[in-house]
Design a protein around this ligand. Sequence first.
Ligand SMILES: Cc1cc2nc3c(=O)[nH]c(=O)nc-3n(C[C@H](O)[C@H](O)[C@H](O)COP(=O)(O)O)c2cc1C
Ligand code: SF4
Length: 484
Amino acid sequence: MWRPKERIKHVAQPGNWPTRETAAASALFQPIKVGALTLNDRTWVPAMVPWRATDDGYVTPHVLDWYRRFAEGRPGAIVVEATGIRDIPSGPLLRIGDDRFLPGLRELVDTVQMASGGYTRLFIQIIDFLSIRRRPDPQRFLQEFLEITVEHRLRLEMDADAAEADVRARLLAIDDDQLIRVLTPRQWEAMHYGARERVTDMQLPHIRDLPKQLPDLFAAAAVRAQQAGFDGVELHYAHAYTMASFLSALNTRDDGYGGDLPGRLRLPLEVFGRVRHEVGNDYPVGCRMLTEDCIDDGTAVDDAAEFAKQFAAAGMDFISLSRGGKFEDAKQPKVGQAAYPYTGPSGYECMPSYYSDARGPFGRNLSPAKRVRGRIRAAGHVTPVVAVGGIHNFDQAQSVLANGEGDIVGLARQALADPDWFEKVRSGRGEQVRLCLYTNYCEALDQRHREVTCELWDREDLDEAGIAKSKDGKRRLLAPAWRR
Ligand SMILES: Cc1cc2nc3c(=O)[nH]c(=O)nc-3n(C[C@H](O)[C@H](O)[C@H](O)COP(=O)(O)O)c2cc1C
Ligand code: SF4
């Protein structure tokens, strides 16, 4: 993963843990309305993919265990990992693109309700993403995958009707300095990074038609979430995926769904409108979006504030803020692997690790979040904002609320390091919290599509009877029980 060159080491601090009474009286542990729903407190576990679904997207016993473990800590809300809205193979990521996924998702809802004693509200993040291929072997790319065109022949100074085999032979014979002039930038990228679709690929009918298809796909998925018993849905409008790409300043589509701010907002608003129409006014629907793309020429916070204001005006029930996490600056993958959107500077902004710059990894998104929230409030909307990023102690969480940086406080990696954080802090036993190191060991597992665990507990008590272990048997899959 990319890191700021300063490499200043930052260590998570416990701060002042509250007594049970102080916690009970604190802003963090007061209820809050999210649309028609009330959260019992203002803590939130944002979406985190743990790589525990089946290869065809079903809930497994390991998925149930994973969310049960978070629910035992009784946060105010948990958001289930990014779950695919299409009925297409997408590896071991949860899916909600067909009714056959409903029984597993219902069991997931029941599991969380039971484990939290009905305390924790459960949302599900629903996502669409475009296709990305693995980085090919360069020889095979030139020999087999590259579509040979007249332009290649002309740039190679060959006859316009030269045999394809001869063109490929020439391409294989020239060096990179020449090749970069013969291939188009997208072909060069496909060869060195793996081909990746963009929302601006208007020559591809399925991309051109995204505005026709996505509102119905998102709406059908949201209806299934409602049928499965989730308390609400989070539309994934963040990071490197389809909807965030529509919002991005890099979206230059010329069909009314790109370019200026109204164009870039159009599909996200249409998707929300269709979802709202199908699930009704009382069903909580919000989105996860970026305060900033954190890439060259990407969306900046002022545009994001405008998007958030318009989402609030359209009737979204919450807005959860993240930042970065883009493909545009991702590291070149190894041959045979796909590019991963959290490996460049924008990925660092999304999940900053402990070696950082002077700003450090804690609360990097809070001042942009304050601007976004400020714009929503200035327009007269009360829509709650979820602030996330390096939050690990009670003082930080309280100051997010006091400073107007958010109305709800999200803890992702800290909740993974210690799913009992919420119960420990609430019960005045914060000193027992296992603080996250922010090394991103978990994130590296995610990147390799391996079961996500935390280095602070995954080797602990490996001989404990009945525990589930990773496929290689070397790691436990769940945090050990809290021995009070
Ligand atoms: C293993 C892992 C998986 C993640 N998966 C998702 C995801 O499915 N959807 C999403 O919006 N963010 C995802 N994130 C980002 C987190 O929700 C969160 O925004 C980020 O980790 C920063 O918060 P933190 O500093 O509290 O960890 C993931 C993070 C991690 C560590
Ligand atoms: S592996 Fe654990 S300690 Fe390390 S960053 Fe992830 S949650 Fe934090």
